[in-house]
Ligand binder design. Structure first.
Ligand SMILES: C[S@@+](CC[C@H](N)C(=O)[O-])C[C@H]1O[C@@H](n2cnc3c(N)ncnc32)[C@H](O)[C@@H]1O
Length: 286
């Protein structure tokens, strides 16, 4: 099996941090105005239609991913949850509201963590059970075994040292603790120039994990893998929706950027169909 810790992505955490600090407004303008930034699980992953229903379908699919992961994880009011790569804190807040759990979010982006902390002012009933910190998933500022659950959405692919990230998640979980997360995968090592440029380089990431070798890495970290779902077809449909949503972006100053994004998203769809990009969700236990 390839060893991603010896072959980390060419992108640094610094570049990722600057990217996410800078691009919050752009993504809110067409992806999710609330600031959430992940993909969705559709009732059926066939190609989307067109028109305003595309946005509704996409956002409903993003909520469905949350519901599936919550149902899998067994998080309840007694849980202490860590959201790795919490972004603007939307899912962390939803989790706290839905379950009554104590939820801690960490993210590399200072801008997003500041947004998350500010948003707590709007939910004073939840604020005592939530906290957000700027930190890297590769160096968690928490003692061993303090969380019952680690939750992560659309984050680990960005991190050059994925093995260290999994080891940190394992370290902060209590014995019997649960990790539930989704991540991008690379189904085959040889990819086209188009996929390299418009998928991997554009998103500042690389990975050696396929759907299957990810499970090997989780087991080598010490986890028991309880469930694994290949969601690649849903990733393709997510990007078909996003391509239309970006093309409909109305800010005239960003028209060129939207057109370029819309086009890049179609290339993401093609990369999934060519098995150059995948998406998976895992449930594992310490
Ligand atoms: C696509 S966004 C997903 C955000 C959030 N989970 C959501 O669903 O809206 C990826 C997030 O990963 C964060 N990130 C990237 N590398 C990280 C690292 N090493 N440690 C913590 N967060 C990281 C980024 O700053 C960004 O907020």
């Amino acid at each position: 099996m390839p060893n991603p810790s010896r072959n980390p992505s060419r992108f640094s955490e610094r570049e990722t941090e600057e990217y996410y600090d800078a691009e919050d407004a752009l993504y809110r303008s067409f992806w999710d105005a609330e600031g959430s930034l992940h993909w969705g699980v559709f009732n059926s992953p066939e190609e989307p239609g067109s028109g305003p229903a595309v946005r509704e379908d996409f956002l409903a699919a993003c909520s469905r991913l949350n519901d599936i992961m919550l149902e899998n994880s067994g998080i309840d009011s007694s849980a202490r949850v860590l959201d790795l790569g919490c972004g603007n804190g939307n899912t962390a807040t939803w989790l706290c509201r839905a379950t009554g759990a104590h939820v801690t979010g960490i993210d590399l982006s200072g801008v997003r963590i500041a947004n998350a902390i500010e948003s707590l002012g709007g939910v004073p009933d939840l604020a005592p059970r939530m906290e957000f910190h700027k930190a890297s998933a590769t160096e968690l500022p928490f003692a061993d075994g303090v969380f019952s659950h680690v939750w992560s959405q659309a984050t680990i692919y960005h991190i050059p040292d994925k093995i260290k990230t999994l080891a940190e998640a394992y370290r902060v979980l209590q014995p019997g603790g649960v990790m539930v997360f989704d991540d991008l995968t690379k189904p085959k090592p040889d990819i086209s120039e188009e996929a390299r440029t418009f998928v991997y380089d554009r998103l500042l990431f690389d990975t050696d994990f396929s759907f299957y070798s990810y499970m090997d890495a989780l087991r080598e970290t010490g986890f028991r893998v309880l469930e694994a779902r290949d969601l690649s077809a849903h990733l393709a449909r997510s990007y078909s929706c996003l391509s239309q949503m970006a093309a409909a972006g109305s800010d005239p100053e960003r028209r060129e950027r939207f057109a370029a994004l819309s086009d890049a998203y179609l290339k993401m769809v093609r990369a999934v169909h060519n098995e150059e990009l995948g998406w998976a969700q895992y449930l594992c236990v310490k």
